[in-house]
Design a protein around this ligand. Structure first.
Ligand SMILES: [Zn+2]
Length: 391
């Protein structure tokens, strides 16, 4: 029951290392930039703690509740929610819904789109502090990256191996690729801009499309969106990585629930609800691997599930407060009782919670620790100046 649907589709799209090179010199410049961060990395902490962050793009909180708890057709997500602390979002108006960042409520330039949403998850701060208002200005994070480093960057500096897999605009990817190896365009990803700007093209991050190791990621995997197979590629990549155990922290952001929302409306329609069930099966497979690691290796896992934004029945997500309603689930394996979520629960809490799990100090952010520690306001664990700077 945990994995019956996703399994049959997984192998259709063999994991495709994207072999598309932007130009000579790009990889070289990144390698040079990487030396400094590598030198500043601390020895790996002596811990058996690990973490899995599952992002589900465009998943509205009340529609996950409908699918998991009313329709009973998202068993993996339901089990995670029941075993941990989760935002129960029975209706869009429910005060217990988790929220995406608050920026569109305060500034007309900001919208609930993927780039500002996911970079808020990665940095723990409102995208107004980053200048990332929409999917069209992802390069702005290059300016804010030293003030607001991502949790992958901070955890890597602590010596942990961090992996992330996503589509654009979270990680840079080809726009379309009809023939393997041939792309007609490049779409930049916001998290890649933590590596700075491409000196030859300031609209692009200093990262090659097929680059698997960057300043902020030990394992980087970006997938394009051709033929709706991106979630196959992402789940295959994450499954392999979890199985080998080559990363202490794995982040995977699935894309096709958002696609169903855009095509059919973010609502109680067959296509959107089936998309939730399909991603649930993928999550079931990943959680199954985590469970086996807990049993075989005695590891302790933090699992967080959240989204970047919800959406409306018209298939859009912009500035309607309905689009702010998302899920947030935090679970620890092996099971332990967690503190109830404090309100407002936001996806920025991902940052604070995962850093607390690894006992990693950080600068002040808008997120707060959820579930695993006594709730406290988002005060600095260390002064801002203590955060190493990226050059
Ligand atoms: Zn999105």
């Amino acid at each position: 029951m945990w994995s019956h649907r996703g399994q049959t589709r997984r192998k259709i799209f063999p994991t495709p290392p994207i072999r598309w090179v932007l130009g000579a010199g790009l990889t070289l410049s990144i390698a040079c930039g990487g030396d400094e961060t590598q030198k500043s990395a601390q020895p790996a902490p002596d811990t058996n703690r690990r973490a899995l962050v599952v992002g589900i793009d465009g998943l509205a909180g009340h529609l996950l509740h409908q699918r998991a708890f009313v329709d009973e057709d998202a068993p993996a997500l339901r089990k995670l929610a029941e075993n941990g602390a989760s935002a129960r979002c029975k209706t869009p108006e429910d005060a217990d819904c988790a929220l995406a960042h608050d920026a569109p409520n305060h500034h007309p330039a900001y919208v609930w789109q993927s780039a500002p949403g996911w970079i808020s998850v990665f940095t723990g701060v409102d995208p107004r502090k980053l200048g990332v208002a929409s999917n069209d200005d992802v390069a702005r994070y290059a300016e804010a990256r030293t003030r607001y480093p991502s949790f992958p960057m901070l955890l890597q500096r602590q010596g942990l191996r961090v992996a992330a897999g996503a589509v654009s605009p979270t990680l840079s990817a080809p726009i379309v690729r009809l023939i393997p190896g041939i792309s007609i365009g490049f779409k930049p990803g916001v998290l890649d801009f933590e590596n700075g700007l491409d000196p030859d093209n300031p609209d692009r991050p200093n990262v090659d499309l097929n680059q698997s190791k960057t300043l902020n990621l030990t394992h980087r995997f970006s997938s394009d969106k051709v033929f709706d197979r991106q979630d196959d590629a992402l789940s295959s990549w994450a499954s392999k990585l979890l199985t080998t155990g080559d990363a202490e922290v794995v982040v995977v952001i699935f894309d096709l629930v958002d696609g169903a929302g855009h095509d059919h409306g973010f609502g109680d329609n067959h296509a959107y609800m089936e998309a939730i069930t399909r991603v649930d099966a993928r999550i079931a497979e990943l959680i199954g691997i985590v469970e086996s690691r807990v049993q075989k290796h005695g590891e302790q896992w933090l699992v967080i599930v959240t989204s970047d934004h919800g959406g409306g029945a018209d298939g859009g997500h912009w500035q309607d407060p309905l689009h702010q309603r998302i899920p947030f689930i935090v679970t620890v394996m092996p099971h332990r009782n967690l503190a109830p979520l404090t309100q407002p629960t936001t996806h920025m809490d991902t940052f604070s919670t995962i850093l607390a799990w690894f006992d990693t100090p950080h600068h002040p952010v808008d997120g707060k620790v959820q579930g695993i520690a006594p709730n406290r306001p988002s005060k600095p664990a260390l002064p801002h100046r203590s955060v190493p700077r990226v050059q």
